[in-house]
Design a protein. Structure first.
Length: 474
């Protein structure tokens, strides 16, 4: 049985590794397709893109792992059935449960590893990914001056050229016009030249423009409107300008700014965050009710001191009736302003509580996601292995079709449950475990059918069952 177990494990590992990287590659291509606009034209180095894709691939493992286990188990048991190896096992007195045992142990280990990966690795990868992706989105487009276009991506300068030729010694520009706005005083410095040679420095910290046959206009200004300032013109045959390119370097944001997001937290941190939010909600609720409580008179009674320092309790109506018309208007105006103030407090408190409740829901959903990811690996195996034994087709034909169908069912149910939980239609645990609750009975059903050698896809067996049922009723 040890040799048989090793044979079964070897038959599974090959398809699993292959399908895992294929699924990861397909999901990564989908990610690139979605966010290609945020990365194009930024002049990013290859290692920056590679780093971003590496962090993104870590967050895609929860999708690739269940799919690869489902497909690999289908292919493994389909191949065993197609080559009559399952028949040989049964002829030797080894049941399907015994054949599945080595892979059950292996998939359980993979599921446990998937849980620790989701709890320890994915939060760190998400932190790195969102930090880097934020910097890429904030990055300016790559430096590229086009003919007949006013280029204003350089801080403090606007450049327009009529023509451009790319040469080894530098780009040749024709009919150059450069507005200098570095002093933030409007269009008071303008340089015009017939031609220029533009060249980037080796460290890309600045680029130089060597201008030929041009005029530099400068209008002097000192802040006084009652004074006339001269316009100076500087005619040159050759003039060189150096423009700083530090604004095009990608600045890395401090990762500490992203650490409070629920996607960057493990189970312990999510639990602590949940307790903190609940305590904050209770505190803010008490503060709100206390502020509203203190702004109203209780029991509709007032106390009033008389000349002999005795207290007289009077109702609100009795007290108001003692006021003059002007005093009544003043009291009503004060009461109306107090009511409007309380209404504003209530609206602000409602917005804040809705935000905190949304944050709390996201944290609870993320907490359950850590477990559903690993449990999904086991469920997909108990769907794929018996289906492969029933279908008895290996390769990438029928198993791929079946895998896609069940994976889409799993994905749709997961998305429906998560969205319903976020909209507070159902509880977070109900939404996150919806796909598991639906697919787990299917796994038990398929395993039962495979172990009892039932004709699952034989239509006549189902028709005969209903015929027998109707005969019994008659």
């Amino acid at each position: 049985m040890k040799k048989a177990s090793l044979f079964i494990i070897k038959s599974f590992i090959g398809p699993f590794i292959m399908t895992f990287f294929i699924a990861l590659f397909v999901l990564l291509m989908q990610f690139i397709w979605l966010y290609i606009d945020d990365m194009l034209g930024k002049g990013l180095e290859w290692y920056v893109i590679a780093e971003l894709l590496m962090y993104a691939s870590a967050s895609l493992v929860p999708l690739a792992m269940p799919l690869s286990i489902l497909l690999a188990s289908l292919m493994t048991f389909g191949n065993l059935g197609e080559h009559f190896e399952l028949v040989s096992f049964k002829a030797a007195g080894i049941s399907l449960q015994k054949v599945m045992q080595p892979l059950i142990v292996l998939v359980s280990i993979l599921s446990i590893g998937a849980f620790f990966f989701a709890n320890n690795v994915i939060p760190v990868a998400n932190l790195k990914f969102y930090s880097l992706f934020h910097d890429i989105r904030s990055q300016k487009p790559a430096f590229n001056i086009l003919p007949d276009v006013f280029y204003n991506e350089i801080d403090g300068y606007v450049i327009r050229v009529k023509g451009k030729e790319i040469r080894e010694e530098g780009d040749l520009l024709k009919d150059v016009m450069i507005y200098n706005h570095t002093e933030n005083q409007g269009n008071r410095q303008l340089t015009i030249a017939d031609s220029a040679i533009m060249k980037m420095s080796n460290d890309k910290s600045y680029f130089s423009i060597k201008l030929f046959n041009g005029i530099d206009y400068q209008e002097k200004y000192e802040g006084r409107r009652d004074k006339i300032y001269p316009l100076s013109r500087f005619i040159f045959e050759e003039h060189e300008m150096r423009i700083d390119m530090s604004g095009f370097k990608m600045d890395r944001t401090d990762e500490e700014l992203f650490k409070e997001d629920y996607r960057m937290l493990n189970l312990d941190q999510l639990a602590n965050k949940t307790d903190t939010l609940k305590k904050y909600q209770n505190k803010r609720t008490d503060e709100f009710f206390l502020s509203i409580h203190n702004s109203y008179l209780i029991n509709d009674t007032l106390t009033k001191k008389t000349d002999n320092d005795s207290l007289i309790y009077a109702s609100m109506n009795e007290l108001i009736n003692t006021f003059s018309k002007e005093e009544k208007q003043q009291v009503y105006s004060i009461a109306l302003n107090a009511a409007r103030t309380n209404k504003g407090r209530a609206s602000a408190a409602m917005v804040e509580m809705d935000y905190q409740q949304e944050n709390l829901l996201n944290i609870q959903i993320e907490w359950h996601r850590k477990f559903t990811f690993s449990i999904a690996c086991l469920i997909m195996f108990f769907i794929g292995a018996p289906l492969g034994a029933i279908v008895q087709k290996g390769g990438l034909g029928m198993p791929v079709v079946i895998s896609v169908v069940f994976f889409l069912l799993f994905w749709i149910l997961s998305m429906m449950g998560e969205k319903s939980a976020k909209e507070m239609v159902i509880e977070p645990y109900q939404g996150m475990w919806l796909a598991t609750a639906v697919l787990f009975p299917l796994g038990i059903f398929f395993t039962y059918k495979a172990t009892t050698d039932s004709a699952m896809f034989n239509l006549d067996s189902y028709l005969s069952f209903f015929k027998k049922l109707f005969k019994k009723k008659k």
